[in-house]
Ligand binder design. Structure first.
Ligand SMILES: [Cu+2]
Length: 171
């Protein structure tokens, strides 16, 4: 009687111990699982953010190399990094010519000759002729000038006088 109750006591202890042991093992398993989940989710978020930052950086790079859309028409001269295009433009008297800056640097269109700026025969400009932007035209901007006098009028980029062009104004 005593022996059998002792045996059942031991069995109980053994059972309880193995239950605790089993629980603690599965608890470790749960912790390991949680740690793995946290690492995996954290890793995904980290690499996602890195990918996002990389794409933001490349977007910024794209926006620095901004290109503009010059106006089109028979009265447009576009300034590019390689000079004025077309280099000679023929227009009718009274036409307003658009000098559009599609280059990466500023430009200042002015009447030849440099530095007198008195070829186009009007006075009242900042140097002499009114055919003078008198200020830098930033990339993406334009300078407009109305040609009321017929003739062949040379102009240049006052910031880089070797860059030249010609407007032929027909009567
Ligand atoms: Cu000049």
């Amino acid at each position: 009687m005593f022996l059998s109750s002792l045996r059942s006591f031991y069995i109980k202890i053994d059972l309880t111990y193995s239950i605790i042991n089993f629980h603690s093992m599965s608890r470790n398993g749960i912790w390991a699982f949680i740690v793995i989940v946290v690492l995996v989710v954290g890793g995904i978020i980290y690499f996602n953010n890195r990918a996002k930052n990389n794409s933001t950086t490349s977007n910024n790079t794209t926006s620095t190399n901004q290109t503009f859309t010059p106006p089109t028409g028979s009265n447009v001269v576009v300034y590019t990094d390689s000079g004025f295009s077309p280099s000679t433009l023929t227009v009718a008297k009274g036409t307003t010519v658009i000098f559009f800056n599609n280059a990466s640097d500023a430009v200042r269109v002015a009447s030849d000759p440099h530095p007198l700026h008195n070829g186009y025969p009007t006075t009242g400009g900042c140097v002499s002729s009114t055919f003078d932007a008198c200020a830098n035209t930033a990339p993406g901007s334009q300078f407009d000038f109305k040609f009321d006098i017929s003739g062949t009028w040379g102009f240049h980029n006052h910031l880089n006088p070797s860059e030249k062009g010609t407007i032929v104004v027909q009567p």
